[in-house]
Design a protein around this ligand. Sequence first.
Ligand code: ABU
Length: 474
Amino acid sequence: MTETLTDVASLFAEAAGLAASALDRNSNRSGPVVHRLSPLELQESLGLELPAKGQGMDAALELARKTLHYSVATGHPRFLNQLFGGHDAPGILGEWICALTNTSMYTYEAAPVGTVVELALLKRMSEYVGFECGEGVFAPGGSIANLMAMLTARHHYFPHVKHDGLRPDDQPVMFVSAEAHYSIARSAMVAGIGTSGCIEVPTDDVGRMLPAELEALVEEAIRAGKRPFMVAATAGTTVPGAFDPVDAIADIAKQHDLWLHVDGSYGGSVLFSAKHRQLLKGIERADSVTWNPHKMMGVPLSCAALLMKQPGALVATLGMNADYLFHADAEADWDLGDRSLQCGRRVDALKLWFSWQALGDEGYEQRVDHLFELAEEFREMVRSTPGFRLIREQESTNVCFRYLPEEQRELKGQARDRCEHEATLRIRAIMANEGSFLVNYATLDGAATFRLVASNPQTNSEDLRALLARIQSA
Ligand code: ABU
C-alpha cells in the first residue's frame, strides 16, 4: 500500500469528524450508553478476520466507526459504572499527541518533552501531598504503582533481596484494610511476601481501617516472629469509597517503623478540594502515595502516578544500569527509565499536562466538589424514595444502595437481603442490556448492592431521578 500525504490528511480529517460525533453522543442523554451485543454477536459484527492483502486506509476508518459504535460511551452521563467517567477533550488531544510523537519515556534523549513535563507534574502533585522534595514516576495504573511502592518498601527494609532474594528468616508481612484494592495482595504475591503475608485489617461500618485493630495485628505478627514492614492505607476504597484514617495509621507506622503507603488511586484527587481535603489528613506523613488522575480528575486512561517522599528510593530499588540505554552523559540525571518497572513506557504525562493547563487547579477543585455534591444529592434521593435504602452512609463520591420491590416490602432481615440481592442482579442486567444505564454492583454485607459512582460532572439530577425510576419500573 502506498501512503500519500493526501491520504493521511484525509484520514485524519475524517477521524476528526468521527471524534466530534463520538463526543456528541455523550450529550444525548436519552441515547444508549452502549449498543450491547453478546460476545459471539460482536465477533460477527466486527468481522475479525485478518486479511492477507492490505485493505488500505479506508479500512482503518471503517474500523474506527465500528469500534466507536460498539464501545461503551464512558463519557455518557448515564455511565455510572466505574471509578472514572466523562470525557476530557484537552486530555484526548494529549493522548493523540502521545501517539503521534510515538516515543518511550526511558531517556531524556528519546522523550525530551515527556521527561520535563512528567517531572513538572510529579513536583506539583508531590506539593499537593506535602512531600517537600518528593519525586516519583508515572505508571500504567494504580496496581503497578502500588507494586512499585511495595518493592521500594521491601528494598528499604530488606536490601539484600535485590541480589539474593528473600531469606528464610526475613519473614516480611504487611497490612492493608479488608476493603482495600486487590492489587495490594497481588503485589505481595509478586514481591515474594505471599498473599498470606498481606494481613487484612478489619474496617468500621463505613469501610475504614480500624487503627486499634492494625496495632493489635502488628503486635501479634511481631510475637509470631514476623517482620512487619509496611502498611497500605486506602484513600477512597473501590466499593464504598472509604478513606482510611491516615493520621492515626501514620502514628502506628512510626511507632513500629513501618513504611506507610497511601493508595490514593481514586481519592488522591480530593487533595484539590479545600472542602474535602481533610479526608486525607496526615497524607504528608506517608512514604509513598499512588494517585490516578484518570479517575476523579477525568483524564483519559491510563494516567497514574507513584509519588515518593525520599528522592532516589525508586532508582535504588528498580535501577539496573543498562548502559546500552542509559548513557553516562551530561543528561543522564534526567533519564527516568531506572525509576520504573517498565522499559518501554508511554508519555502519559502529556494528557494530564494538557488537561491541567485547560482546567487549572480551580477547575479540578470544582469538579471534585461537584462530584461529591452529586453523590450526596443521589444519597438524599435514595433516603427519601420508598423501597430504596443506603448500605453505607458516608462522605464519598460512591453511593452503595439496594432496592426492594413494592410487593416484597414486608420482608425483614435475611429474607429482605436475599430479595434485594436478586433485584440488584436482575435490574442491573436489564439496564445494561438495553443500554439505558450502566451501574456496577458489589457484595456488601453479604448481598449484591448497587454501587453508583459520581464520576462525570455532566450527570445531573434528571439522570439520577431517571435511574431510580428505571430501577422501579424494571
Ligand atoms: N482499579 C479499580 C477500578 C475498579 C472500578 O472502576 O470499579
